[in-house]
Design a protein around this ligand. Structure first.
Ligand SMILES: Cc1cc2nc3c(=O)[nH]c(=O)nc-3n(C[C@H](O)[C@H](O)[C@H](O)COP(=O)(O)OP(=O)(O)OC[C@H]3O[C@@H](n4cnc5c(N)ncnc54)[C@H](O)[C@@H]3O)c2cc1C
Length: 409
């Protein structure tokens, strides 16, 4: 499919007022690719061409259907990579889907989220018009930043036909370390301290004691069941060691101890199994999750709050996430055969998201709004939602692009 064909499809859909739900890999977690209002699903996953490549400028122009891992395989021969990974879905998520949800992953602590890597894009708006947004300048002070507006808009403002991305050099070396802590609060404080000291760190992942227990249950790791931080540093060897020592010193001031892993065990492999191990912790239960984000200093309070709710509502509560960004996932297990328990899980989830907003944060730091978070969208954005509705009508006056997602018109 080409951008011209996308424009033809949009024009045909305008005639019949047919809704269009654009779909990459369909891996988004908030239901944003569910065609709520029927209509057509526009699958762009076969638009996988590299349109232009400028390795000397660290830039590439691609079609939106390229899978994240495939793009990085293509780039690595030139020592380059596209850093903002979509976590465990890197082998399926398309770059168009990542842009549309402003995806981020473990290395976003150092490198930022997807939006920060989008220099330009071609879109088809809901009027069938083809628009080129942005250009290849890495720094610009030239009017409204429309690429930023489209990134994270979940297919509600336009269909992305091509994307020009900024790339980064693959770091010379990496160093991973892991620490255990006497309490979740101590681990959360260590994150804040590491950031405050300006230590150059690529990833800080937090796993609470319940997550460690679930990992042991699924994988038989025999990890100490206490809260832990997994750290990764990027750069030349000399810098890695001094950064790692500095971070290690701050962790030990807060009671942290190096996590002893069995031979051959690596922190990131363990991290990879977190969601699966929670899923298997109580067979027959369904995961209810959130992806709140908030100012980093609020992390201890947020983690504490989630565990208090877990106890008060008598529900399995697991917290983990890319905490270096102030991003936390609280996962709960709902028993669909027990309406009372299911309701308690949903209430707790709601309260956690409300708390994040009350602490100056967002209802979604990572996965987007889709359908899952729509009910709380106004609580975060207030009167600005009215302005968003006007913007939506400018891009999509016939309201055919992914209707019913993010907010109601
Ligand atoms: C196991 C697992 C782990 C995950 N971990 C993470 C994580 O760590 N971080 C994270 O951010 N996300 C994560 N996700 C969520 C998901 O993978 C990301 O949101 C991803 O970026 C979605 O890409 P996709 O190609 O599947 O997009 P889709 O699900 O197909 O689409 C997502 C949204 O983008 C829109 N869209 C897609 N392509 C276009 C286009 N060309 N033009 C306009 N709109 C478009 C769709 O309409 C939809 O609204 C995870 C998902 C899974 C299943």
């Amino acid at each position: 499919m080409s951008i011209d064909q996308i424009a033809q499809i949009v024009r045909a859909c305008i005639e019949t007022r047919t809704p269009i739900t654009t779909r990459g890999a369909g891996s988004a977690l908030e239901g944003s690719t569910i065609p709520l209002a029927n209509g057509i699903v526009l699958d762009v996953s076969r638009m996988t061409r590299v349109l232009n490549y400028w390795p000397e400028d660290l830039q590439i122009e691609i079609e939106p259907g390229i899978i994240y891992d495939h793009l990085n395989n293509h780039l690595k021969r030139d020592g380059l990579f596209f850093p903002p990974s979509p976590g465990g879905s890197g082998d399926i998520a398309t770059v168009g889907g990542m842009v549309s949800t402003n995806a981020s992953g473990i290395y976003s602590v150092r490198y930022g989220g997807t939006r920060e890597y989008v220099l330009a894009m071609t879109i088809v708006t809901g009027t069938g018009e083809i628009l080129k947004l942005g250009n290849r300048a890495v720094k610009r002070s030239s009017g409204y930043n429309l690429t930023d507006l489209i990134a994270g808009s979940e297919g509600t403002l336009g269909i992305i036909g091509s994307i020009t991305l900024k790339l980064a050099g693959i770091p010379e070396d990496r160093l991973q370390s892991a620490f255990t802590f006497p309490s979740e609060t101590a681990a959360a404080k260590a994150v804040s301290e590491i950031r405050r000291y300006g230590i150059d760190i690529a990833a800080i992942e937090f796993l609470d004691r319940h997550v460690m227990r679930a990992l042991n249950a699924l994988k038989g790791y025999a990890l100490e069941e206490v809260p832990s931080l997994f750290l990764e540093f990027h750069g030349p060897k000399s810098a890695l060691e001094s950064n790692s020592e500095l971070a290690g010193g701050l962790c030990s001031e807060l009671g942290g101890k190096p996590l002893i892993l069995a031979d051959g065990q690596r922190p990131w492999e363990i991290r990879h199994w977190v969601t699966d191990s929670i899923k298997h912790f109580k067979p027959g239960h369904r995961i209810v999750r959130n992806d709140v984000a908030f100012p980093i200093s609020k992390l201890p309070a947020m983690v504490d709050y989630c565990h208090q709710l877990g106890e008060q509502y008598r529900i399995p509560m697991f917290t983990f996430g890319h905490v270096g960004l102030g991003l936390l996932h609280a996962l709960m297990l709902a028993d669909d055969h027990d309406p009372g328990q299911k309701q308690r899980v949903e209430q707790a989830n709601h309260l956690i998201i409300e708390k994040a907003v009350a602490l100056g944060g967002t209802i979604s730091g990572e996965h987007g709004i889709g359908l899952g978070h729509k009910d709380l969208f106004v609580s975060e954005h207030g009167d600005a939602v009215e302005l968003m509705r006007k913007i939506k009508r400018q891009f999509d006056p016939h309201l055919i692009l992914n209707p019913g997602k993010i907010f109601d018109i």
